[in-house]
Design a protein around this ligand. Structure first.
Ligand SMILES: C[S@@+](CC[C@H](N)C(=O)[O-])C[C@H]1O[C@@H](n2cnc3c(N)ncnc32)[C@H](O)[C@@H]1O
Length: 323
């Protein structure tokens, strides 16, 4: 946004003195204003004084130079007022856009399983999800547990888990994007979360010792990996024996033809190149060594439902695996 105003063509033309008969109009209006002002002032009505103030300069506007100066002054005042109106409109539009986007993101968060209270309980800048479920609500986290979030984004699930595991617990959020990790880390420090830590890392190679965490969570991240088996093996490795993994993710159902892949939006086409079908996804978890695997919930993914090609073929799934 900038405060610059676009001027009309007439505003850009240099001002020229008007002919005498037009200039005489100003003193005429001035006399009326001054007389009206004096009458109102004597009544006494406050309006009278401003009328005199405007009327007196008009009395002298029959002179070409004074008339020009007066019109320039009025022109400047008009531009300033237009500028102010424009800025107010821009500000209003900006606030409306912010309100819409934050109310949209809260609506989306609610639609995938976050409560309003949960969204309010985290730092404002982290109250945004790019996930497809709410793994922290399924994970039955307990005080003192160590939790690892694979692909933590801005840290929403990390901050929610941090409240549940308390001061004796610990939550580690990993993400491959240094900018995202930096933002989440700044937010944690600013809001004095002492039991969380954010690190830049790939989920295919976790910087975490074997048998170290009680719970692994992940929200809409593993679907992006081209080697899901490696990711699940890593998750299995870092879990303590009996440890649990809760994953919210997207899988495909049904086949996509070459034509589908060429017609669908590029973002989806790129995503589909790495995506797995539900059964392959579950097989990878099993092959990684998880003993008990449960599909806790599954349903269509609202963002895909608007597209004719994707409709019914992108499934949001919530999975629990026990080591
Ligand atoms: C769809 S967002 C989900 C973010 C977060 N879990 C949430 O629920 O809002 C996917 C995140 O995964 C991260 N990511 C993608 N591939 C990754 C990888 N191989 N290793 C670590 N992080 C990855 C991205 O940087 C991004 O922040």
């Amino acid at each position: 946004m900038n405060g610059k105003i676009e001027q009309s063509d007439s505003a850009q033309q240099p001002l020229r003195p008007r002919p005498l008969w037009q200039r005489l109009l100003y003193p005429f209006i001035g006399i009326i204003l001054v007389i009206l002002g004096i009458i109102l002032w004597l009544t006494p009505v406050v309006m009278g004084f401003p009328l005199i103030i405007i009327g007196v300069p008009l009395l002298f506007c029959f002179h070409p130079r004074l008339e020009l100066r007066f019109r320039r002054k009025m022109h400047t005042i008009r531009l300033m007022m237009m500028n102010k109106v424009k800025r107010t409109e821009e500000k209003r539009a900006e606030v409306a856009a912010m309100e819409n986007s934050s109310s949209d993101s809260i609506e989306y968060a609610k639609s995938i399983g976050y409560s309003k209270q949960e969204m309010k309980s985290v730092p404002e800048e982290a109250a945004l999800t790019h996930g497809c479920g709410n793994p922290t609500v399924l994970a039955e986290l307990k005080e003192g547990q160590t939790v690892l979030d694979l692909g933590c984004g801005g840290g929403l699930d990390v901050f929610l888990a941090a409240r549940k595991v308390g001061r004796k617990g610990r939550v580690i959020g990993l993400d491959s994007s240094p900018e995202i990790v930096e933002k989440a880390d700044t937010s944690a420090r600013k809001n004095k979360y002492e039991n969380v830590e954010f690190k830049v890392a790939e989920i295919e190679k976790l910087p975490v010792p074997d048998d170290f965490v009680d719970v692994v969570i992940s929200n809409c991240v593993i679907n992006h990996s081209s080697d899901k088996l490696v990711v699940f093996r890593e998750a299995h490795r870092v879990l303590k024996p009996g440890g649990r993994m809760f994953v919210s993710d997207l899988v495909t159902a049904g086949k996509f033809t070459e034509h589908d892949l060429q017609s669908v939006d590029k973002l989806w086409a790129d995503w589909l190149a790495a995506a797995s079908g539900k059964q392959d996804y579950l097989n990878a978890i099993k092959e990684a060594g998880f003993r008990i695997i449960t599909v806790l919930a599954e349903g269509t993914f609202p963002m895909a439902e608007a597209d004719n090609i994707l409709k019914g073929k992108i499934i949001s799934i919530q999975i629990k695996g026990i080591k």
